[in-house]
Ligand binder design. Sequence first.
Ligand SMILES: [Zn+2]
Length: 74
Amino acid sequence: MGTRNRRDAEGERRWTDEASYVCGSCGEEIVVPLDPSAGESQQYVEDCPVCCAPNEVSVDYDEDGSARVSSRPE
Ligand SMILES: [Zn+2]
């Protein structure tokens, strides 16, 4: 990983920048980076890093800024 920068102000991080979904093929939990600037609702296809099966990943942001990630097999 490397060094992490510590932030002085607590509570500054309003967004989670990572979320996870469960691969519909192998059942592994896959962690994905989030990009809130890309829109409130995002959808993309990603190959599972474990079993290489494509998953359709949907990211939706709630009003409070928390992300919900769901997936289904392509
Ligand atoms: Zn998988």
